[in-house]
Design a protein around this ligand. Structure first.
Ligand SMILES: [Zn+2]
Ligand SMILES: [Zn+2]
Length: 538
């Protein structure tokens, strides 16, 4: 398995799964379930897609090896609301601590807060996932009683459960601990109902304040009793995860790299799953979280990227490519550098299509597999139009005819990839408007008189000579490139001054896109007129 693409390696681990904490053989699975989930209490940004996309890749790898794979998505909608997200009224502070499934929709369009957030996310979610996905909701599962057998098993083996939990803790659990938390029957909150005692059958609780990192869930003071097999409540996360694995017969699941440490909830649950439920630990897919410009995504930093934002500037394949690349390396993403990601993706595509090769067989195999697994629908080789070029052209021209002409002039046009080119141009235009750094922004509207004053005699001479030469015949970008260098040499000009003359003349800046391609992309008549209007009289 060494040297394989990571998802294929994981698929191999899934089919050769073993018990880690008990003896015995793992039963045969007719179908391999890969689980992915999202907490609904937070913002559903593109970071949440990482878990699903990586899970999807493992499901696909299983499929490709001839096994039956199934991807499931679970909404963790029994989790309490921890803070008030942006756009939600302040008055919602009264719901802090309540399960998100029981909080009303602030916009009033859905049955609950949880449903409101899930539905907007789900609308675009499927554009990023290749597998057919089966969805579940934890609140529904609890209502249906799907978790009762696991609650029962944990209660019947309470001593063992406590023993396992204590192995992972510095201080042992207090007496009267129970593996679930009740929901206060008076105020409906899940986190405030603090357990006061548990005799193995009935738990007593008191509803008290609970402090999150920055907020407090107010308790109502109610004192009550509950039967975990009948009354509303939920399992603690250390125990619930194990129950989920058995409930859905999970074979693999993603988790952030913070779960790698040996004391994390992953391993507690793994041991509970095996020792209490007799279910083998799934294969973990540990990964690094995405950073935006080196920072964590957060509403307060204003750098949250929603799946919808992504689709305005790049196809879903590109995010899949990003997430599938090196899964355990810190992945900082910056929208300013999106063209680089496009280029990297295109390089992999050319390799896949057999248009380019490398000496290293293993690297080539990896690149092809990465490209293949990044595809969400039918495999599509991107058009021969670099994103940065699309970005330049889309800023200069708006109508399709001028764009087509320009692409033909610069040698980027491919009749067979017309639709894909149009699509890439539209994405590039959106990117240029919203995220392009200054040096990628193009504005041909310059102050001619002012620029004339700024150019020196040699620069004007250069522009005049280039204009005259362009007038003689149609020139390719390679020819233009050569002409720039020879003329610069003939006139004894430093190259920096030469290029500055070109960019100042076209867009009033010192730097810009590759000069020869840039000139070839523009309308020839326009270039000649612009150059002459600045160069004359000499
Ligand atoms: Zn709604
Ligand atoms: Zn209460």
């Amino acid at each position: 398995m060494e040297g394989m693409f990571w998802a294929d390696q994981k698929a191999g681990e899934v089919v050769n799964r073993k018990f880690h904490y008990i003896e015995g053989d793992v039963p045969e699975f007719k179908e391999y379930v890969v689980k992915t989930s999202a907490s609904i209490s937070g913002v559903l940004h593109i970071g949440r897609l990482s878990d699903s996309i990586r899970g999807d890749s493992v499901a696909r790898a299983l499929d490709d090896s001839g096994y039956n794979a199934k991807l499931i998505w679970v909404a963790e909608d029994m989790d309490p609301l921890r803070k008030i997200p942006e756009g939600v009224p302040e008055s919602y502070s009264e719901y802090i601590g309540a399960p998100v499934t029981n909080i009303p929709d602030p916009d009033g369009c859905h049955a609950s807060y949880a449903e409101h957030h899930t539905s907007a996310y789900m609308e675009v979610f499927e554009e990023f996932i290749r597998s057919k996905i089966t969805k579940y909701s934890m609140s529904e599962e609890y209502k249906k009683g799907s978790f009762n057998p696991y609650i029962k098993a944990m209660l019947e083996n309470l001593d063992s459960v406590i023993k396992i939990q204590n192995k992972y803790r510095e201080n042992p659990l207090p007496a009267g601990w129970s593996p679930f938390t009740p929901i206060c029957t008076n105020c409906g909150k899940v986190i405030t109902a603090r357990l006061k005692g548990f005799d193995g059958k009935i738990a007593s609780y008191k509803c008290e304040d609970y402090s999150f990192e920055t907020t407090t869930a107010k308790g109502c003071g109610h004192e009550g009793e509950m039967d975990p097999l009948k009354d509303p409540g939920k399992l603690m996360w250390k125990g619930e995860w194990a129950a989920q694995w058995d409930r859905w017969q999970v074979s693999a699941e993603g988790a952030g790299k913070e779960y790698v440490v040996p004391t994390s909830a992953w391993w507690v649950n793994a041991e509970i799953a095996e020792k209490i439920h007799g279910f083998p630990m799934p294969v973990p897919i540990f990964y690094e979280h995405i950073m935006i410009d080196g920072q964590k995504m957060s509403a307060s930093l204003g750098n949250v990227v929603y799946p919808r934002d992504w689709l305005k500037v790049a196809p879903s394949n590109l995010l899949r490519f990003f997430y599938n690349k090196k899964i355990m390396k810190t992945r900082s993403f910056s929208f300013g550098e999106l063209p680089k990601l496009y280029d990297d993706y295109d390089t992999h595509a050319r390799m896949y299509a057999g248009e380019t090769k490398t000496q290293n067989e293993k690297e080539m195999m990896h690149m092809k597999r990465l490209f293949e697994i990044s595809q969400v629908r039918a495999l599509e080789i991107p058009p021969p139009l670099p994103f940065s070029h699309a970005c330049m052209v889309s800023q200069i021209f708006t109508d399709e005819e001028s764009i087509t002409k320009s692409l033909k002039r610069s040698g980027h046009y491919d009749e067979n990839a017309k639709e894909q080119m149009v699509e890439r141009l539209a994405l590039a235009r959106n990117w240029a408007k919203k995220y392009a750094p200054e040096e990628s922004k193009i504005n041909l509207d310059i102050d001619v008189e002012k620029t004339k004053e700024e150019l020196d005699g040699l620069q004007k001479k250069f522009l005049k000579e280039l204009a005259d030469w362009l007038l003689e015949s149609d020139r390719t970008s390679d020819e233009i490139n050569e002409k720039i260098y020879t003329t610069s040499k003939d006139l004894d000009m430093p190259l920096k001054t030469t290029f500055a003359a070109i960019y100042m003349a076209i867009m009033g800046a010192e730097r810009g896109p590759r000069a020869s391609t840039f000139i070839a992309s523009l309308d020839k008549k326009w270039v000649i007129e612009r150059f002459l209007s600045l160069a004359l009289p000499l």
